[in-house]
Design a binder for this molecule. Structure first.
Ligand code: B12
Ligand code: SF4
Ligand code: SF4
Length: 391
């Protein structure tokens, strides 16, 4: 807080930040809504390099660096952080799970964070109304709003911009989701976080299985497992498929290796996010053959609803190939010969080739698909898979 602050204002900011903490936000801060010029320039360079891939919404008309493009009369940006970490073993029954089990990133293991965060921000907004004594014009943003959320989090003093591109909150780590309330209310900003805390560390850059970092602070989203399993709609680049492992929705590797996430004081996962058993240990064969009813049941109220049924099954096919387990051959064969989605059949063909085991029925199915599948991409993939050596 600055010295020029009047006592009544000071108590308003403190009470707002206190109310945020009571709602379960592990950190909260206030930034001025001025356009983030440097971040805008970095975003421009990132887009010009094509690092956003198919995420056309990142190149949309609205200025992500200027909150005023979302709320014309915005005077303050209140930024909050909701913790979703916790020891991985507490979230999953076992680290590797039984054979043919996939991995869902921690943020998506429970209830849809958009919904949880939005509801908490709405409650915070109501508290602000009662503190101020009138309805304050506001807009809640969580992830999907065109706003450079991480930059405003740094400006509001929540944490620093890390080499992994994530915002790290000292004492808390990076397993936090960000949300903002844009307010037509003048508030004194909290101090920005100026310095990076990465030092000479490069653990995240080297641990990334797909080499998605162009360098420190810059990610080529097209190579990131999060993008490949969630955002990408069509075929996965063939050279990246073996590197995806058993991830079926998102990836936490660059955060798991980060020393800032090993703090003993790591905040507990917000109780309203919870953890769903079927997401903590997703069964790959079930995902491969999801029915429309099963899909609706699985994704209802979950962040997985961002991904279509065919894409989830595509991800499961790739993950099954990467298990290198002989038990994956039968379900992949069945998918190759009978799945209604050509996207899934194509990835099932690749996965059979990638299994690296002596195929029994799989080879005959590949030969049949190479000849007779109605889709050209599936036929080509099956031919390629037949050329893979069996061990
Ligand atoms: C598009 C997007 C993605 C894309 C691209 C990610 C990316 N790095 O850009 C994909 C699909 C790959 C993705 C993945 C993930 N995402 Co995402 N994603 C977004 C989204 C919608 C926009 C991000 C963006 O603006 N990218 C554009 C680039 C240019 O911006 P940037 O990476 O933030 O870069 C800034 C800094 O790195 C900095 N910078 C650049 N160069 C330099 C140099 C120096 C020296 C310094 C100091 C700074 C600096 O300037 C840039 C502009 O401010 C935001 C929500 C939002 N509306 O902001 C969530 C968000 C960033 N994602 C989030 C999460 C949780 C994830 C995942 C962890 C999910 C998962 N487990 O799979 C992964 C993490 C991957 C990673 N290492 O970033 C959280 C991050 C929370 C946090 N603590 O940082 C956000 C904020 C959503 C939220 N509301 O909580 N995501
Ligand atoms: S989320 Fe996974 S794939 Fe993406 S940058 Fe981090 S380690 Fe790499
Ligand atoms: S792993 Fe190291 S370099 Fe990467 S974000 Fe964490 S501290 Fe920074």
């Amino acid at each position: 807080m600055t010295a020029s602050l009047s006592p009544s204002q000071e108590s308003l900011e403190q009470r707002i930040l206190g109310a945020a903490r009571e709602l379960g936000f592990v950190r909260a801060g206030i930034a001025l809504p001025a356009r983030a010029e440097q971040a805008a320039e970095r975003l421009r360079e990132w887009l010009a390099a094509g690092h956003h891939g198919e995420m056309q919404y990142m190149a949309g008309a609205l200025d992500r660096a200027a909150p005023a493009s979302l709320l014309e009369r915005v005077q303050s940006v209140l930024v909050v952080a909701l913790p979703y970490g916790g020891a991985p073993t507490a979230l999953r029954r076992s680290e590797t799970g039984p054979a043919l089990t996939g991995r869902v990133a921690r943020y998506a293991l429970g209830e849809d964070y958009h919904r949880v965060l939005k509801a908490k921000l709405e409650r915070l907004g109501q508290t602000i109304d009662s503190l101020v004594g009138r309805p304050v014009e506001r807009r809640a943003c969580v992830d999907s709003a065109p706003l450079l959320e991480r930059d405003f989090a740094v400006r509001a003093g929540l944490g620093f911009a890390a080499k992994s591109t994530l915002t790290i909150l000292p004492g808390v780590g990076s397993f936090v989701l960000l949300g903002e309330l844009l307010l037509d209310l003048p508030l004194t900003p909290t101090s920005a976080h100026a310095t990076s805390g990465c030092g000479t560390c490069t653990a995240c850059l080297t641990a990334c299985p797909t080499s998605a970092f162009v360098g420190p602070y810059v990610l080529d989203a097209r190579r990131c497992i999060s993008y490949l399993t969630i955002e990408l709609k069509g075929s996965m680049p063939r050279e990246l498929r073996p590197l995806i492992g058993t991830h079926v929705f998102g990836c936490d590797i660059c955060q798991d290796v980060c020393p800032w996430n090993r703090t003993r004081h790591a905040a507990d996962r917000d109780a309203e996010l919870g953890v769903r058993a079927e997401l903590a240990e997703p069964q790959l064969v079930e995902l491969l053959f999801l029915t429309s009813t099963g899909y609706r049941r699985l994704v209802r109220g979950s962040a997985l609803s961002r991904v279509s049924r065919a894409r989830l099954s595509r991800n499961a096919a790739v993950a099954l190939g990467n298990t290198r387990s002989p038990a994956a051959e039968a379900p992949l064969t069945r998918a190759l010969l009978g799945h209604s989605s050509a996207l899934v059949r194509e990835h099932a063909a690749w996965a059979l080739g990638a299994l690296g085991v002596r195929l029994t029925e799989g080879r005959a199915a590949l030969a049949q698909a190479a000849q007779a599948d109605p889709d050209g991409d599936v036929r080509a993939e099956a031919r390629r898979a037949l050329e893979q050596p069996e061990t």
